[in-house]
Design a binder for this molecule. Structure first.
Ligand SMILES: [Ca+2]
Ligand SMILES: [Ca+2]
Ligand SMILES: [Ca+2]
Length: 393
């Protein structure tokens, strides 16, 4: 038994002639197979593993690069950026056994290198003539809030000419001719060049369709971008919270009113946002906040003084105030409130007039937010049980 094993091992070392070892199996007393000798048909098994691995890896790389190359891995890095490193890597792996053993057979390296280049060229030829890659396609449409433009990027074969169109409700509002550079193209279109109004109402129902169409020799591609085209504030509400101290004497308690905390919400309110206010809290339906640019002026009308707030927002963010693209925001920084002396006259209805100039869209003037206060009446006796909280007028 051991003589046969030695013979098989010796044959494995001898690369000159192909010797197929007889199936030599050692069997234990219980009849289990406990070992098998190395199998050798004359090939260098270690080198073959590298070569098979390299060929499989190379084929996978070619398919990824030439047939599904437009997948973005991260940032601007796409699958086709793997092309050159991929070919070099798999050629090195193919010769991995030699390189590992530091046997530099320049002729073999050269021959395999040329073979890799030829196969790569053939695959590239098939990919290009298959036609799937000659069309220019849209890879991304993104809103650039700093410049208020849409940033577009495209994929296509080097040098391909294409026409970009922005369609609003199917009508071409903007057109631009471009050429693919290497394998990508990009272009930005100012919102001023095609803006026609919000794409959706507050419930996500479509109002206006925005679409990019790109036409090249290879065909046409198009993509809608309604989700980033909600830019016009059409509804804004104010809510308040009364601020007071409780003072008391031997007759009982009463409120000493200090002022009001003021918060505002802005967004798309069409069709069902509604202002309402009961028992000191907002009970209406809020609009859907959005990312957009606007300037707001809020005037508190109805008292002895008209208090005025001026606020600007970019992408819904008002520096010093907060994020109007998300929720209610206080009009007083640092948790402050509007002092009674700055707006209150006597009990009655106060109107919070909100004027919002949209960067894109019309100007909104809202007098929906009207709130009645009962401060003088509430504090006329030493009894808080008969006090009435602020309410809609
Ligand atoms: Ca902006
Ligand atoms: Ca840009
Ligand atoms: Ca009272």
């Amino acid at each position: 038994m051991s003589g046969l094993l030695d013979k098989a091992n010796k044959a494995a070392e001898d690369k000159e002639e192909a010797v197929v070892a007889d199936a030599v199996v050692e069997v234990s007393a219980e009849g289990e197979v406990i070992s098998e000798p190395p199998f050798d048909n004359g090939l260098n098994m270690d080198a073959l593993k590298f070569q098979i691995g390299a060929v499989v890896g190379f084929i996978v790389t070619m398919v990824l690069v030439f047939f599904i190359d437009t997948i973005v891995l991260f940032g601007d890095f796409t699958l086709d950026d793997l092309f050159v490193p991929g070919v070099i890597l798999w050629w090195l792996v193919f010769n991995g056994e030699d390189l590992k053993a530091q046997q530099f057979d320049l002729q073999k390296l050269g021959v395999t290198g040329v073979a890799f280049l030829v196969v790569t060229g053939l695959v590239a030829g098939v990919a290009i003539f298959s036609g799937s890659n000659t069309v220019v396609t849209i890879s991304e449409i993104a809103y650039d809030g700093d410049d208020d433009e849409i940033d577009l990027s495209f994929y296509g074969p080097k040098g391909a000419e294409y026409t970009i169109e922005v369609l609003v409700d199917g009508k071409v509002e903007y057109s631009h001719d471009a050429t693919i550079n290497i394998d990508k193209g990009s272009h930005s279109v100012s919102l001023d060049d095609f803006w026609k109004g919000n794409a959706e109402n507050m419930n996500g129902k479509g109002l206006i369709d925005y679409e990019i169409r790109v036409t090249s020799d290879g065909g046409e591609d198009s993509m809608t971008f309604d989700d980033i085209m909600n830019r016009e504030v059409d509804t804004a509400f104010i809510k308040v919270t009364e601020e007071y101290d409780i003072v008391n004497n031997d007759q009982g308690n009463k409120k000493d009113y200090k002022g009001i905390y003021v918060e505002m919400i802005v967004g798309i309110g069409t069709p069902s946002a509604e202002f309402d206010f009961k028992d000191g809290v907002f009970t209406g339906t809020t609009p859907q906040p959005i990312e957009s640019d606007w300037d707001a002026t809020i005037r508190v009308l109805g008292g002895d003084n008209i208090h005025v707030y001026e606020i600007s927002a970019d992408e819904g963010i008002a520096n010093g105030y907060g994020d109007f693209n998300f929720n209610w925001v206080s009009l007083h920084t640092g948790g402050g409130y509007l002092d009674k002396d700055d707006f209150y006259g006597s009990d009655g209805c106060y109107t919070f007039e909100i004027t919002i100039e949209n960067e894109h869209g019309s100007t909104l003037v809202s007098t929906d937010s009207q709130i009645r206060f009962h401060w003088d009446d509430n504090s006329a006796d030493w009894d808080t049980s008969n006090d009435k909280a602020a309410e809609a007028c």
